[in-house]
Write a protein that binds this ligand. Structure first.
Ligand code: ARG
Length: 517
């Protein structure tokens, strides 16, 4: 296993010598300790222009230092051939990404923000790596409620085609009224059921029949269930109706067999972890998905996430303890960001340089970006506290700080007044100064970070990388004069490469980069 080293131990560290030694220990071998194994591995590495030097440190770590020339060349190649050439290669061609998935009969609220933001980022990440992504908004389990609204709309507004827009203006109260009707009148209830049939409904009976033939579905307390690790997964309710699990079984079957996805990913709150565990295990029992420890694909993964909390540490609500509408949240982030920008530019006398339209677009990019970034930057499984003040701060690990860092790089390049496109073709990068080398090494690590974030479905890895990249850039810029120095061309190219990587990270995170601030 190769890992990025701690400072002072080369660039990468290989720790295999210890485990190799423990496996050969006791057998007839000349190796007396892990250190000797490490030495042997190091001595037998083939010649390569990638590696500058290798050393072995106790108790057997192999420290590898990359060649600075090779790093520089890799960056130059990217500048010429484009960032796409730095995309990692994943072992799948097509993935289904099931995310956002709100209750379509209600307005989106803050609870959906996480699934939407995380899912969208995963979709960008996979697409960047050339995986074909089928985005799926799984509203299937809400079929009946949607049918309820449709039926209620027909009832209340027979001329709904003309008044439709007005009729559903206040969806919340409309929903409440139709729910009451649904609960009170069995006849209405049945009509709503019919009207709300989901896309996967026709697939449920044949899929369940297949599972029955395989002996997986059995009778239990009047329902039909699949026993998963001794727990019943109900697939036909006592009243004969289908449920969330039966719909998801049909959906999974469809995604595997009709859509031919090799990786099926579900983004929901951690509360549904158990449901997905049961679903995937049932699919393995049916032979749809390979068991662990052998074939890895096709594969199904649940991407769980924690809660969005308010400043009181409880589930995020408005002051009147209502759910927060997503659209209000985004509007407010934009408005706050605009007020901040106006204050700043009025203070520093730059306000005249900004048109209204420019200011509006910039505050939108910053405001929306701040909401997304504050959601993505933590390990998704942890709860996080929603705070406009925190996310809109220009200090620390925030999107606003990163936007400023990126805009500064753009301004350095603008001020140099050089034709950067031409420099890319004619200039060369040298990594002589330690801070140039730090930056160069950090830049080329982009590929492995994206690969890792895709492999474990953890977008925060990308945020960590982006933040540390901008800190590394900042150290470089403080220590290495760019414009007017003898190394100007090489350093401008490093600035340009950093700008490209930052923009690519922004794009993957669904954030619009700002070029002027
Ligand atoms: N609409 C569901 C809910 O709000 C989430 C759907 C997740 N996707 C799935 N295939 N079950 O709980």
């Amino acid at each position: 296993m190769l890992e990025v080293s701690k400072p002072g131990f080369g660039d990468y560290q290989c720790n295999n010598a210890m485990s190799v030694f423990s496996r050969i220990r006791g057998s007839a071998t000349n190796f007396r300790n892990p250190m000797a194994v490490g030495q042997a591995i190091a001595n037998n590495l083939p010649q390569s222009n990638i590696i500058e030097s290798i050393s072995v440190a106790g108790p057997g770590y192999i420290n590898i230092t990359l060649s600075s020339n090779w790093i520089a060349q890799r960056i130059q190649d990217m500048l010429v051939c484009g960032i796409k050439t730095w995309a990692p290669i994943l072992p799948v061609k097509r993935a289904v990404l099931d995310f956002s998935s709100p209750n379509i009969a209600k307005e989106m609220h803050v609870g959906h923000i996480r699934s939407t933001i995380i899912g969208d980022t995963l979709a960008h990440m996979f697409e960047f790596t050339n995986v074909e992504v089928l985005r799926r908004n799984h509203v299937g389990d809400w079929g009946t409620q949607f049918g309820m609204l449709i039926e209620f709309l027909f009832e209340q507004f027979p001329d709904w085609e003309d008044v439709g827009n007005q009729a559903v203006g206040d969806l919340q109260s409309f929903y409440k009224a139709s729910k009451k009707r649904f609960d009170d009148d069995p006849d209405f209830k049945e009509r709503a059921r019919q009207a709300g049939e989901s896309f996967y409904n026709p697939y449920i009976p044949p899929v369940l029949e297949d599972l029955t033939n395989k002996g997986l579905i059995v009778e239990s307390k009047g329902a039909r269930v699949i026993f998963v690790e001794d727990h019943p997964l109900i697939v036909i309710k006592q009243d004969g109706g289908f449920n969330y699990a039966s719909t998801d079984l049909a959906a999974l079957w469809y995604r595997l067999n009709v859509e031919k996805a090799e990786w099926i990913i579900y983004v929901t709150d951690v509360g549904q972890q158990r449901h997905f565990h049961m679903l995937f295990t049932a699919a393995k029992m049916a032979g749809w998905l390979p068991e662990q420890n052998g074939k890895k694909y096709p594969k199904a993964s649940h991407v769980g996430f924690g809660l969005v909390l308010g400043s009181d540490g409880k589930r995020f609500r408005t002051r009147c303890s209502e759910v927060v509408r997503l659209v209000d949240l985004l509007d407010e982030a934009k408005a706050r960001s605009k007020a901040q920008l106006i204050k700043r530019f009025t203070g520093n006398g730059q306000i005249a340089d900004w048109t209204d339209d420019e200011l509006d677009r910039t505050s939108e990019a910053i405001g929306y970006g701040a909401v997304k970034y504050s959601d993505l930057k933590n390990n998704r499984l942890t709860d996080y506290t929603f705070s406009f003040d925190q996310m809109l701060s220009d200090k620390g690990n925030t999107a606003v700080y990163l936007q400023y860092a990126h805009a500064r790089i753009c301004s350095i390049i603008r001020k140099a007044s050089k034709d950067v496109e031409k420099l890319k073709m004619t200039g060369a990068i040298t990594l002589g100064h330690p801070y140039e080398r730090f930056l160069g090494l950090h830049l080329i690590q982009f590929t492995e970070v994206v690969e890792q974030a895709c492999a474990d479905l953890q977008p925060h890895r990308l945020c960590d990388y982006l933040y540390s990249l901008s800190l590394t850039f900042s150290k470089f810029y403080t220590n290495c004069q760019v414009v007017g120095s003898p190394e100007e061309t090489s350093r401008l190219l490093l600035c340009e490469a950093t700008g490209i990587i930052m923009r690519q990270c922004f794009h993957l995170l669904g954030i619009t980069p700002v070029h002027k601030l």
